[in-house]
Design a protein around this ligand. Structure first.
Ligand code: ATP
Ligand code: ZN
Length: 284
């Protein structure tokens, strides 16, 4: 009775997929080229596959769940459940043209030839935008297609854009923003759903922790109500008296994105000695 999760065998998603499982407190040994491995402290088995095959295996139930790029899932059009967006493997699926090409808008693709490894996603995108172009499907090294006269434009994954640049191309339009997803079979049995829920619970605790910080500060007692309202934390802040009369230490949790703007206001309220500490796991 194990939960079988498919992850990429090697490539851009491998390290972070393994890291995610490990950071959930699940111990897995190094696969060393094996097809699968079992966790020692959680009923979980990892299957190592090519990323392109993961949606199919999850739909078929060969794997109960999988970690795969959204770009691959949309291309394969398999019927699975998306459980979580995982925040790594971020990239764009973009149209790129020759650096010198006079491209202004999508309309400039009318009647052109576009090389891609993502024919489904591209076909849908062109149809939605009323563009009639010829799609040339190739499985790899898409970026060399314009240079060798195979296509006028390409549709390929981009993260920094340096591969495009070194092939004399420029990013002209973004058609999809992608990140790694946790997907699952849509007919799991109860025990599998149960295990998956435990895993998702851990993943979410990690994500909340990453987005929040533990904050400690000293403040004059008369300012405590105002400060407590600014950083209410999970329920309410902890307030402890300092040895120095008239002062207290206040502990709370803040959203990482709001930290700098809140800090300004805290200082105006007389807060001093502000410490901000990372949180490892956070359960509400
Ligand atoms: P496989 O051998 O498993 O088929 P692959 O060569 O198709 O591997 P990778 O290049 O390892 O795949 O990319 C896997 C996924 O990583 C992509 O589908 C995408 O979701 C994500 N990714 C993130 N950044 C990039 C990038 N700059 N280029 C390509 N993929 C990226
Ligand atoms: Zn692939």
């Amino acid at each position: 009775m194990k939960l079988k999760i498919a992850i990429q065998k090697s490539g851009r998603l491998y390290d972070e997929s393994v890291e995610l499982i490990r950071s959930c407190g699940i111990q897995i040994s190094n696969p060393n080229g094996r097809l699968k491995t079992e966790a020692s402290n959680f009923p979980l088995e990892l299957l190592f596959l090519r990323d392109d095959d993961i949606p199919q295996y999850v739909e078929d139930g060969v794997a109960d769940a999988g970690i795969v790029g959204e770009n691959v899932l949309l291309e394969k059009q398999k019927s699975v459940v998306i459980c979580n967006r995982l925040g790594f493997g971020r990239c764009r699926l973009s149209i790129a043209v020759n650096k010198s090409a006079a491209y202004k808008s999508l309309d400039d693709l009318q009647g052109k030839k576009i090389a891609t490894s993502y024919p489904m996603v591209l076909t849908n995108f062109l149809r939605e935008n009323g563009i009639d172009a010829e799609i040339h499907e190739i499985s790899g090294s898409v970026e060399i297609a314009p240079g060798i006269g195979l296509a006028d434009a390409i549709c390929d994954l981009v993260s920094t854009g340096s591969t495009l640049l070194s092939n004399g191309l420029r990013e002209a339009d973004v058609i999809l923003r992608s990140e790694a997803l946790l997907i699952a079979n849509n007919q799991l049995q109860d025990f599998q759903n149960n295990l998956l829920r435990q895993l998702i619970f851990r993943i979410e605790a990690l994500r909340k922790a990453r987005n929040n910080k533990y904050i400690l500060l000293n403040a004059p007692n008369e300012q405590l109500p105002r400060i407590a309202a600014m950083i209410p934390g999970m329920k309410s802040p902890t307030i402890l008296p300092l040895a120095q009369p008239g002062w207290s230490s206040l502990h709370s949790v803040v959203d990482e994105n709001e930290f700098w703007s809140i800090t300004e206001n805290l200082k105006q309220c007389g807060a001093q000695g502000i410490l901000v500490i990372p949180i490892e796991k956070m359960i509400l």
